[in-house]
Design a protein around this ligand. Structure first.
Ligand code: BES
Ligand code: ZN
Length: 456
């Protein structure tokens, strides 16, 4: 193992140069103008997979952006690990708030600043470099390896579920490994054993066929924006509890062991509030902060619009009102069931003078990895070896909906070994990735492959 670690040290600077190259490609999946960049990114990954010594690498078509897939399967009797990541990134708006252009990576204070640096290109690159180091210095890997990188994670992985179902035997594995989550604090490795799910919907209310003069009609018609805010105001009570009938039916409470682990993590509500510019935090009554953030479901209005938005005043009763809403879910809430319950509740609250139309957008289940899973424990040992610190056990409030699909279809536990940081600005201006975590991350994956290769 020493020569592999020495290899990492020797190639330290080259890794950063190569990372810069992949961060230059503006692979924004939601942008129809980025089709070429998406292809370029897929091609670069394929080339990289070949150059690090993987046996096969191919670009596989889906109904949308392609999947890049690669194999090295020369370790008979050893476990097979499927590493998943995404090469697409979020849009860069508002671009004026970036200190440097989002696709011209800059290194400052030990961090690399670029869109996709943490979410998720920097993290998938960790795996590629760890594999390269193993193959270059040992001529083999201690496990069988399959890599799958998709280009649609940031837009809801619309085609990946079908792809996984259609390629079930190709993707067969004993463990799925994903690096697309943050650590809890700088310098301390973390392993994520829980993710929240998501149900995202749009509500459209229509009152009349056209906008109306509020003097000539006000008093005889119901205003759809008034109706919409009245409806949405009934989603939560003042203690932050969600009022959709049956919403909490399948919520699994956290175990005492988990609660114990959570309460040991250093969480300072005042600092947290200050960092986001909030005067104070707010959450559901009766739960600890981290429990609220990671293990309790939420209801949020993501956008609301309708009526007059221009300068000055306009006396109008708008014909329509709209809102986008989302609910972060926890195991074992089913996003379809929740969408259905939300829809019925909104319908029951909609006045007879109004038409309502509700569209489910995307969603996915939450996920929990068993804490005593041997693969998770191998991850914990590897992280500890690389970072030299005890490992934080984390859940995350964010979602990677494809995780549950992998777990169900591949029938393998999913291990979330993430190397981001809480202030990585994912999806926001000045996204960044810690280079310390990048290099330690590579080292930890080198150890992880060894550790998991040692499992029966
Ligand atoms: N890397 C994130 C997932 C994530 C976010 C994990 C925060 C842990 C903490 C991923 O790229 C993402 O942004 N997911 C979306 C999913 C959505 C588009 C279906 C999310 O959580 O909003
Ligand atoms: Zn993301």
């Amino acid at each position: 193992m020493d020569k592999t670690i020495t290899f990492l040290e020797k190639h330290h600077d080259r890794y950063e140069q190569e990372l810069i190259e992949i961060l230059r490609i503006p692979s924004i999946s939601s942008d129809p103008g980025s089709l070429d960049a998406m292809r370029d990114m897929a091609k670069l990954l394929k080339k990289e997979m070949h150059s690090i010594g993987m046996d096969t690498a191919r670009i596989m078509e889906t109904g949308g952006h392609p999947v890049v897939y690669s194999e090295w399967l020369n370790a008979p009797g050893k476990p097979t690990i499927l590493i998943y990541g995404h090469y697409d990134v979020q849009p860069v708006d508002p671009v004026a708030l970036w200190d440097s252009p989002p696709f011209e990576p800059v290194i400052k204070d030990g961090r690399i600043f670029a869109r996709g640096s943490a979410d998720d290109k920097g993290q998938i690159f960790i795996h590629l470099k760890a594999i390269e180091a193993w193959l270059a210095t040992q001529g083999r890997l201690p496990v069988n390896l399959k890599l799958i990188f998709e280009g649609e994670e940031e837009v809801g992985s619309a085609h990946l579920e079908d792809f996984i179902k259609a390629n079930k035997s190709l993707l067969a594995a004993d463990y799925v490994v994903i690096s697309d989550t943050p650590m809890f604090r700088e310098g301390y490795p973390g392993i994520t054993y829980g993710l929240r799910g998501l149900a995202y919907l749009q509500v459209n209310l229509k009152g009349t066929s056209t906008d109306l003069h509020s003097g000539s009609f006000g008093g005889l018609v119901k205003n759809p924006i008034n109706a919409l805010v009245e409806i949405l105001a009934q989603m939560k009570d003042e203690d932050g509890r969600i009022l959709i009938p049956g919403f909490y039916d399948h919520v699994l409470p956290i175990t005492e062991i988990e609660h114990d682990k959570l309460s040991k993590l250093p969480f300072h509500p005042e600092d947290f509030a200050r960092n986001i510019g909030a005067p104070a935090l707010f959450g559901e009554a009766g739960y600890d902060d981290l429990e609220r953030l990671w293990a309790r479901p939420t209801f949020d209005i993501n956008g609301i619009w309708g009526g007059f938005q221009g300068e000055g005043a306009k006396t109008v009763i708008p014909a329509e009102a709209h809102a986008k809403v989302s609910m972060r879910l926890v195991t074992d809430q089913d996003p379809e069931d929740i969408a259905h319950k939300f829809t019925s509740y909104v319908q029951s609250l909609t006045p007879v003078s109004m038409e309502v139309d509700i569209q489910a957008m995307h969603g996915g289940f939450g996920y929990l990895t068993e804490l005593d899973n041997p693969g998770l424990q191998a991850g914990v040992r590897a992280l500890k070896r690389a970072f030299g610190k005890d490992v934080d056990f984390l859940r995350e409030g964010g979602s990677i909906p494809i995780v549950k699909v992998f777990a169900d279809i591949i029938q393998a536990p999913v291990l979330l070994m993430g190397y981001g940081l809480p202030d990585q600005n994912a999806h926001a201006p000045n996204e960044n990735f810690s280079l310390y975590n990048f290099h330690k991350g590579i080292e930890s994956i080198v150890y992880f492959l060894e550790e998991i290769g040692g499992l029966e």
